[in-house]
Design a protein around this ligand. Structure first.
Ligand code: SF4
Ligand code: MG
Length: 335
């Protein structure tokens, strides 16, 4: 069976002052058609770079894809010309970024921007496109949608622009929607509304969604499967329910522990101690070792590999493999 999207051993390096550091260190994953998959991790884990690389959008940065394959609909995107890539970005894939201004054209009225895309992709008449655009603006919680059609992006607040961009990305009914922290800047009610809309898009049009986020709440709300990244690699992967109920990797466990719970005071929130390691100064063995409450000697020497269990759960931790099992079993948390 072929996947809609398949990333194989992706490696991305950034060069600064003649020195290259690898920030994506061999990432592989697959996404099936109609699936909603979350890529989660703290900032600096390589999740945004992974998504930008997939769409070949590293230009203008010092980043470069060093190795790997990115298959989309059975074509390796890394072998396409820039023109072919533009076609795919315009027709098959929509992206939602954190910063709406990267997608909105400052000199075109909102209505024009929306209807242009809709007419091009869905072949709607002018009046049908306008109706549909207003409908989409309403569905992302924009009040007075009709008058906003006649305004320019600078006349709207940041949160409003974010919603316009989301409406724009979804209105074209793309095959694949890549959303990088799409709702982070928005208040919870609007956030919930937009996640609901994304689910609807998948259910009605079989849209595949890749959700890049640091927010596990978003993942539990919408994702079928979750990929957890740390220090430029995948450290855990599985069905969302299974990962939440039984996280294997201590980093995933920490992320889940630090999720706010209803009724809990904000000040009592758990935070994983320490910080994501700097790419230029990676620890030798497991990259999570300096922060891990279960760390063993072996962890500081050798980086574990990503192992796949029978039910296709994946994890990268010595506690569950090889030499580590013996030492790790019954080991006390050392915090
Ligand atoms: Fe912790 Fe060791 Fe597992 Fe790394 S390999 S997460 S240090 S137990
Ligand atoms: Mg990011």
């Amino acid at each position: 069976m072929s996947y809609l999207l398949e990333v194989n051993n992706l490696k991305v390096g950034f060069t600064l002052d003649n020195h290259t550091t690898q920030v994506v260190r061999g990432v592989s994953f697959e996404v099936n058609k109609g699936e909603i998959v979350g890529i989660v991790g703290e900032s600096g884990c390589g999740k945004s770079v992974t998504s930008l690389s997939m769409m070949r959008l590293l230009k203008g940065t010092s980043g470069k894809i060093q190795e790997g394959e990115i298959w989309f609909n059975d074509r390796n995107l890394l072998h396409l010309t820039e023109k072919e890539m533009r076609h795919i970005r315009g027709n098959n894939v929509s992206m939602i970024f954190q910063d709406p201004m990267t997608s909105l054209n400052p000199v075109l009225k909102i209505g024009k921007q929306l209807t242009q895309g809709i007419r091009l992709h869905l072949n709607y008449s002018k009046s049908r496109a306008k109706e549909y655009a207003i409908e989409m603006l309403k569905s992302v919680g924009i009040p007075r949608s009709e008058s906003i059609m006649n305004e320019y992006p600078h006349q709207l607040s940041g949160g409003m622009c974010q919603r316009v961009m989301i409406a724009m990305a979804m209105s074209c009914k793309p095959e694949l929607l890549i959303a990088d922290e799409p709702t982070t800047a928005l208040d919870v009610t609007i956030q919930a509304q937009i996640l609901e809309l994304m689910k609807q898009l998948r259910d009605e049009n079989d849209t595949t969604i890749l959700m890049i986020t640091h927010d596990l709440g978003v993942v539990s709300e919408i994702c079928d499967r979750v990929i957890v990244m740390y220090a430029g690699t995948v450290i855990e992967e599985g069905k969302t329910k299974e990962v939440f109920n039984d996280p294997k990797h201590p980093y995933t466990e920490g992320l889940i522990q630090s999720m706010p719970k209803i009724g809990e005071e904000q000040s009592r929130l758990y935070a994983i101690p320490g910080q994501v390691p700097d790419h230029a100064h990676m620890p030798k063995g497991c990259k999570f070792a300096p922060r891990c409450p279960y760390v063993m000697d072996l962890c500081k020497e050798k980086e574990p590999s990503l192992v796949t269990e029978a039910d296709s759960r994946q994890h990268r931790c010595w506690l569950f493999q090889g030499e580590g099992i013996q030492d790790g079993k019954g080991s006390e948390k050392v915090d």
